[in-house]
Design a binder for this molecule. Structure first.
Ligand code: SIN
Length: 340
């Protein structure tokens, strides 16, 4: 039921809130501190009850899917979240879904959900940088803006959105760029829009999601191991060899600059490819792409485009669940998803 339908029927639209924990559900361990706290303590119901004006924006129902700090996110919790979100979005009474999540790995979960859910209705993620009992918590305003976005018809057909500090971001472009500030997220290319005095305003039309990575939840029970190797001066090949020996199906190399790789490490990555491991070249640099250069292609690597290492890892894990993956096929996925 959209907001339009709801107004016609005189009922507010229904938003389903899935709570997973995070700082938004945290409590300080030292009074007044926004740095000393335990994440994932307060329930989703209690968080919603603390938001002034929320009941005027939507009818709400909530499910506690997990209550963890998102640094402890696992693929099992991802699978619980995606299944719960899929069920809620399938319910014709639900106008949209809001996922409350820790900020640390929100961009990874956002990509995971974005790649697996193909509903037109909005799915909006949010969280907070300050715990629920801070002097001035940011969670309530973020929840209100997320719910306002989840009932907004213009938020449909945009894939998973992250609403934070009033900005509206697309899953594939958003990343956490500040470890403490309340405006912790930014998007390459800028945000999709902003919630202005309770009304979501979009700066660009919804882009076509046709042909975006289509992964199926059917039979998805485990995700293959993919490790991230961080590039740096003085790097050696040992961590690549260790990851392969530990059973990695894929590696994401967070290279320097345009995805460049230390010459002491490149042979180890090339050997990994020869042994059937998929290697994606990303960059540790905050902005800018890793294009498919001759050097990347020559060794059989895949270029991450605009996907940062953490998000490239999620996309690669999903790509590898397809038994028939090829380097070219995975490259096409990265090109399409990161540039959409
Ligand atoms: C977390 O990601 O759970 C902790 C940090 C936060 O939510 O801001």
């Amino acid at each position: 039921m959209t907001r339009h339908d709801s107004l016609q029927s005189g009922r507010l639209p229904l938003v389903s809130v899935l709570a997973t924990g995070g700082t938004i559900a945290g409590r300080s361990t030292r009074q007044g501190s926004s740095a000393n706290y335990r994440s994932g303590v307060v329930s989703g119901d209690d968080l919603l009850a603390a938001v002034p004006g929320l009941s005027a924006a939507a009818r709400l129902r909530s499910h506690q899917v997990a209550n963890i700090g998102s640094e402890d996110m696992t693929s099992d919790v991802w699978l619980d979240v995606v299944r719960a979100a899929g069920r809620e979005l399938d319910d014709p009474d639900v106008a949209g879904v809001v996922v409350l999540h820790g900020t640390d790995t929100m961009e990874e979960t956002a990509v995971f959900l974005d790649c697996l859910l193909h509903h037109r209705k909005p799915l909006v993620m949010t969280g907070a940088m300050r715990p629920a009992d801070a002097v001035s918590p940011d969670g309530p305003a973020n929840i209100l803006a997320a719910v306002q976005t989840a009932v907004c018809p213009a938020a449909s057909d945009r894939g998973v959105l992250v609403v934070f500090n009033a900005d509206i971001h697309a899953a594939r472009r958003v990343r956490k760029t500040d470890s403490m500030a309340v405006n912790a997220f930014s998007s390459w290319g800028g945000p999709e829009g902003r919630v202005v005095d309770g009304e979501p305003v979009f700066f660009r039309p919804a882009s076509s999601r046709e042909g975006l990575p289509i992964f199926s939840m059917a039979g998805l029970d485990v995700l293959p191991r993919v490790d991230i190797i961080y590039g740096h001066a003085g790097q050696e090949r040992g961590l690549v060899d260790a990851a392969v020996a530990a059973g990695a199906w894929g590696l994401v190399h967070a290279g320097v600059g345009m995805g460049n790789i230390h010459s002491a490490v490149r042979p180890a990555l090339a050997e990994a490819v020869a042994g059937g491991v998929a290697v994606v070249c990303a960059t540790r640099v905050v902005d800018g792409p890793v294009p498919l250069t001759e050097k990347i292609r020559r060794d059989g690597f895949i270029a991450a485009g605009f996907m940062n290492p953490a998000k490239a890892r999620v996309l690669l894990q999903l790509a590898l669940t397809r038994g028939d993956w090829t380097r070219g096929g995975i490259q096409a996925l990265f090109d399409r998803y990161s540039l959409a």
